[in-house]
Structure formats: C-alpha cells, structure tokens
Design a protein around this ligand. Structure first.
Ligand code: 3HC
Length: 705
C-alpha cells in the first residue's frame, strides 16, 4: 500500500500527492503528511516551488466526514494548521485540482498561492448540505478572492461550480487541458521563475462597498423559504458578513466558533446520517462482488400517463434512448404533449438549453405495439394499478422482449411476485417504484421479488445511479416500504379530524415539525382518486372490526379529487395552489364526528405529531423485522427522498433514535391502549427499547456481521 501522502521531486518542483481513497478526504494524519512534505520542500534549496495534487479520481473532497463527532487526536495537525503553514510559505505553492475540489479541499487550495484545474473539475463548499459551514477559512477567503455575491451563493447553496465558471470568477488561475500533473509542474516553474512575490488572500472583499443597503438581511429573507427549518445556511450568511466587516484573523475566529456550533447541532448529525444512509442504500449485501448487471443501452416504457411520461424523461435526460408504448394514438399524443410541455417549461425557466431539449426529445420514440420493445434492455410498465391489466402486459412482454431484458413494473403496491408469475422468466422481473413527478423525485424503490436474480437487481441499482435516482432495495409487501408506512400516517391524520382537529391544523402541525407538506395538502396535490381506488380494492379484505375513516372516500365521491378539480380537502382559487379552508368540508367533518358519536375535542400539535409520526416508526420496525427493508437507514432514505420527511431530522428511524426508543415505545404502548390494535407495538421496537439500543446499533451490527 502506498503512503497516503507522497513526495516526489520533478526538476525544481516538489510534488505532494494526497492518496487517501476513495475521495482523498483530509482524515487524521493527512494534514500532518502534507505539512511534513511542505516543510521538506521549503527547506530544500533545489526546490523552487511546490504542487499539491490528488491521486486517483479526485483532488481533496473535504474533511473526513466519518471523523466528525468522534474524539480527535490532540497531537494531530488540523486543516487550519496546514493552511497557516501554506499561507506563510516562502516558496510558491500551486493547488492542482481534478475531479472534485470540495469543502476543506477547496479551503486548502485557497491557502495556496495559485490554483489550477482540469476542465472537468467541480469546485464547491457542500458543507451546508451536511448542516455545517466551511470551517477552515472558506467563508473568509472565498469572498476576498471572488467577491461577496458569488461566494455567498456557493457557500449557502452548497452547489458545485464548473471549471469555466470557476475561471471566470477568479477561483482558479488557469484551466489546464493537458496532463494536469505535468502542466501544473510547468505552471509552478514559471511562477517561481517569473515572479518575486506570490498572491495571498488577505485584503477585504473588493466588492464589499458595492453591496446594497441591507444586502445580507435581504439575502436571509430570500433563502428563508428554501432553508425552512435549517440552521446552518443562516450561519453561513453570518460568516460571509463577517468577512466584509472584520480583518481576516478575527473573521477566521468567528467562523470557527460558528462551525463548532454547527458541528454540535443535532441537525448536522441528522444530515450526515442522511449522507451516509444514501450511500449505504446503494450497497446490496449478498450480491457477488463486482456484479454489474446487464448494461442498459435502450429502454422501453409502457404507458404514457403522468408516470410513464416522467419515467421516459428520466431515461432521455440521462442520454438513454427510450421507446414509449401506448394503446391509442390519442393517449400517446396526450402523453408526449405533457412531456414536451415539461421540457419547454424547463427551457423557459433557463434550466435547459433548446439544444439539450432537442437532444432529449430525439432520444424518445413511440408507438402502439408492445412488439416494438423487442430490442430494449429494460422495459418499465407504468399503466393503471390493475393486476389483470399488468398480468396481460407481462405475458406479452415475456413473448416479445429479448432474453436477458429486465422486465420492471412501476406498481406502487401490487404483488410483484404475482406479476412475475405471468412470465416464464420471473428472475428478470423486478419492481421499480418511481415517485411522482418521476422526472423530479429522487427516490426509486427497487422491489425484489422472490425469484428476482442478482443480475436483475444489480442492473436496476446501477441504472438508478445512472439516471440520478437514489435506489433503495426493498421486498414485496402491500405498499412496500414507503406506502406501507404512509397508510398509518394518513390513517391517524384522518382519525384526528374525526376526533376534533381540522385538516389545516393537522397539516400545520406536521409542517411545523418539518414535513415538506401536511398529509391533507399532499393528498390534494397527488389527487384523492388514486388512494380512493386502492382503498376500494382493499375494501373486501379490510377487517370489519378495525376503525376506518370514511371522510376521504366521501370527499372523493363528491367529485372533489384535489387540486386538479379545484377542490379536495381544501378549496383552491383558479390558477392558485394555496390551500384554503373550506367550510363545506369542515361541516362535513363535524357531521361525521357526530354520526360516529365522537365528542370533538381540542387536539394539540404535539398529539398530532406523535399520532402521525410514531406509526411510521412502529411500522418501520415491523418492516425491518420482516426483512422488507435491509436497514433502518434505508427506510430513512425512502422517507426523506420520497415523502418529504425533513432531511435535517435524518428520517423517521433516525428521528426515533434521537427521541429515544424507550420514549417512542412508551408512547406507542399508550396509544395502543387508547386507540386499539393499529398501534400494536412492533416486537423489534420493544426489544431495542428494552435493551437500551437504537436502530443505528441494529444497522451497525448487521453491517459488521
Ligand atoms: N469524508 C469521508 N468519506 C467521504 C467523503 C468525505 N468528505 N466524501 C465522500 N466520501 C465517501 C462516501 O461515503 C463513499 O464511501 P463508500 O464508497 O464507502 O460508500 C465514497 O467516498 C464515494 O462517495 P460517493 O459514492 O458519493 O461518490 P461520488 O463519486 O458519487 O461523489 C463526491 C463524490 C462528490 C465527493 C461526494 O461523495 C460528496 O459530495 N462528498 C461530500 C463532500 C463534502 O461534503 N465535503 C465537505 C466535507 S466537510 C468539510 O470539509 C469541513 C471543512 O470545511 C472544515
């Protein structure tokens, strides 16, 4: 194994290479290694300049996130020590960046005299996405180097900046198109030979006097809607403001203090959990190592409705040719018109160029026969949620599709095994549950049937990554992970309105908790008829002794299907999506309570949150017990990416750990007593609570098994 930091001399230039796979993070010991070699270069009279570069696929992608929250070695040098040494360097140091130069990596580069990069390099301060802020001078040096406005944008959004933009901002001094190492060495030689002094970031941001009155206040107000509930974006703004007011050393000190605050916050712990949970979800235990699955060169989609069209867009957006099949010219034309309208909207908003739109549209072909899918590598069926229709389609797909093709269903609740049994190749059948709008939502629940092969799973998990989705492998059960948990959440929301709350109160309490939207608002957005059809299908098998709220069905039968009909749980003014309380619905709810003999009472926000969120946790525990989800953290990924659960709470299972499983279990038992059998505590929840353990312990022991 090679040393994580290496030194080589190339002519008169010392090249320091960080080789700490996978992303050259600044783990303990790495700053020490770099500093040792810097000193060696400074002391060696034969060396005139130094280059700092990364081995493998990237420059330094930041501090080592895995080390946050763990005790640190007090003897080890910090990134700040490294930057201090860089800033005092007597010889020029050039950061040569490829891949990603992120967070602490970019901050280290800002401590160098020069920054150069390859054309494909991405630069950024993604700390805010894990609840932090750049804590090694990024908030102080970036505004001084590139100006307050672009620095603020980078730091508060956490978004990456492409090479050309970095060059135009002055974040890098040169884009080097050839061999980065060679070109950076030549750059360093020239700098040493041609200049007697070398640039250092120190003076106040040049544009600070040009900022409008109240600039930072306005910026805080501007980001408030998208940063709802979040803590660190606002501290990022505070820090950049310090950069306009304070000398560098004082600014660095303030930044440090706010960084420590972020690091200690529950939000950063939750966001870091979400970061690693998403990466863990991509790994499927038990799959043979290196199994890639069949490459997907061409895809097919059956059904050009909202879901089918959105799924087809996912393929085209990733550059994969896709053939869309419908049953009638009319349905096809309607579906394609929606797709085109979506693209045109993106062009109008400046999110997509005309050229790219044309490219994507060209990747889409369409027709009326399933026979046209004979050469695709994957076909995704996205038709009505009716088993009979799906069975017929899969029988036909089995006849026409080539051997080895993946046959996927976008069902959100039907039995994938039953669908697979309609074919002679159940090993090729899998569920790919996209979320609406499919071209926007990141979650892809990948449903493994009893006979789905490893190759099929590997192909679909790889495809998820390729089309920009977060794939989570789940097992077959009614509703899989996400919708199965949703049942309890919605059920309690409905019971709460029978007991005394109104829809807006339930929604407000859950939005206040952090959900992107409340259950009734989301119902109206998604369309009430979808859930209604599922409930009708389940009606015959629903145990009669269990409580069932009819209000949702009644509303749907009144023709109120949500936003699309202008009325649902709320009413809507034409062209406006703001939900407005509707006296007609509230009267209906009061009427229903009366008919049920329920004396309406005040329902507080705390009860609303517990009654809706704790069933998620209890059901999540049952899902884990049954092996439907592989890990508690997978459940978190599903709920964060598919159901608007606040990322900064880490997902329902992480939230449960934060509250304490003992407390959650006690509340579930209490509601079991008062509310009845729906609240039957999960055996796993009981066991973990009894042992003083949490879901993270369970995941950790499964990972090490
Ligand atoms: N620390 C530790 N591990 C990291 C890491 C980091 N900063 N960044 C990525 N990794 C790990 C991932 O967990 C993953 O590990 P695994 O293979 O065991 O699952 C592996 O590196 C590869 O990561 P991805 O699967 O995400 O690979 P991609 O190629 O898709 O993306 C990336 C690479 C763009 C670098 C992406 O990983 C990323 O955005 N990483 C986070 C970068 C970041 O947030 N940096 C700031 C850190 S905080 C900081 O620097 C504080 C400072 O200001 C003081």
């Amino acid at each position: 194994m090679s040393a994580p930091v290496r030194f080589e001399r190339c002519r008169g230039v010392g090249v320091i290479t960080v080789d700490n796979p996978p992303v050259n993070a600044l783990s303990t010991g790495i700053p020490d290694g770099i500093m040792e070699h810097l000193r060696r270069g400074f002391d060696d009279p034969a060396i005139a300049a130094l280059v700092l570069i990364g081995a493998g696929r990237t420059f330094i992608a930041g501090a080592d996130i895995r080390e946050f929250g763990k005790p640190r070695d007090p003897e080890a040098a910090t990134l700040r020590d490294l930057i201090e040494l860089l800033e005092g360097a007597a010889k020029p140091v050039v950061a040569a960046m490829h891949g990603n130069a992120l967070g602490g990596g970019l901050e280290a580069a800002l401590g160098c005299n020069y920054r150069v990069g390859s054309p494909g390099t991405r630069y950024g301060f993604p700390e805010v996405k894990i609840g932090l802020l750049p804590g090694a001078g990024g908030t102080q040096r970036a505004p001084r180097l590139i100006g307050v406005e672009p620095a603020l944008e980078m730091i508060v959004s956490g978004d990456f900046v492409a090479s050309q933009r970095a060059l135009s901002l002055g974040l890098i001094d040169a884009e080097l198109e050839g061999d980065l190492r060679e070109d950076a060495i030549a750059f360093a030689e020239r700098a040493a030979a041609e200049r007697t002094s070398h640039p250092r970031i120190g003076s106040p941001p040049a544009d600070r006097s040009k900022l409008s009155e109240g600039y930072f206040e306005d910026y805080r107000a501007k980001i408030a809607p998208r940063a709802r509930g979040l803590f660190s974006p606002f501290l990022c703004i505070d820090c950049v403001e310090f950069a306009t007011e304070l000398p560098l050393p004082e600014g660095l000190q303030c930044e440090r203090e706010l960084f420590e605050q972020c690091l200690a916050s529950p939000q950063s712990k939750a966001l870091i959990h979400a970061f690693f949970a998403e990466r863990a979800a991509a790994k499927v235990p038990g799959l043979p190592k290196g199994l890639a699955g069949r490459p997907i060169a061409k895809a097919g989609v059956v059904g050009a409705g909202t879901m089918g069209g959105g799924i087809a867009m996912c393929f085209a957006n990733a550059g994969i040719p896709v053939h869309l099949v419908e049953t009638s010219e009319e349905a096809l034309a309607k579906g394609l018109a929606t797709v085109h309208r979506n693209y045109e909207r993106s062009v109008a908003k400046g999110r997509l160029s005309e050229e790219k739109m044309a490219e994507r549209r060209d990747l889409m072909t369409s027709g009326l026969s399933l026979g046209e899918l004979k050469d695709v590598d994957i076909v995704i069926e996205a038709v009505f949620e009716e088993m009979d229709i799906k069975i017929r389609i899969f029988e036909e797909l089995d006849r026409v599709c080539k051997p080895g093709a993946v046959l996927a269903t976008n069902t959100s609740s039907l039995d994938v095994n039953e669908i697979a049994s309609a074919t002679r190749r159940p090993e090729a059948v899998i569920g790919t549950h996209f979320f609406s709008p499919a071209n926007v939502m990141r979650l892809l629940e990948t449903v493994r049937g009893g006979k789905t092969s490893d190759e099929t799973i590997a192909a679909v998990m790889a495809l998820a990554k390729r089309i920009g989705k977060t794939g989570v492998l789940v097992g077959v059960c009614d509703g899989f992970v996400g919708n199965r948990m949703l049942y309890g959440y919605l059920r309690e929301a409905n019971f709460l309105i029978e007991e005394g709350a109104f829809p807006h109160q339930v929604d407000e309490a859950l939005v206040e908790f952090g959900m992107a939207m409340g259950p009734f608002g989301i119902n109206d957005l998604a369309g009430l008829d979808v859930g209604y059809r599922v409930r009708k299908r389940q009606a015959a098998s629903r145990p009669k002794h269990l409580r069932y709220s009819k209000i949702g069905d009644t509303i749907c039968e009144m023709g109120r299907h949500g936003q699309k009909t202008g009325k649902g749980w709320y009413r809507y003014e034409p062209g406006n999506r703001t939900p407005l309380r509707d006296p007609e619905i509230e009267a209906l709810i009061v009427e229903e309570s009366k008919a049920l003999g329920i004396a309406r009472r005040e329902v507080g926000a705390e009860e609303i949150v517990e009654r809706c969120i704790y069933p998620l946790i209890n059901e999540g525990a049952k899902i884990l017990e049954e092996g439907i989800a592989l890990r508690a953290s997978d459940i978190d990924v599903v709920w964060i990416n598919g159901y608007g659960f606040p990322r900064w709470c880490g997902g329902p299972m992480f939230h449960a750990d934060s509250v304490g499983l003992g407390k959650v279990y006690e509340a579930v038992c209490r509601y079991h007593e008062s509310q009845g059998p729906y609240w039957e505590p999960a055996a796993l929840l009981k066991r973990l609570a009894g042992e003083g353990k949490n879901f993270a312990d369970l995941d950790a022991s499964a990972a090490s098994a």
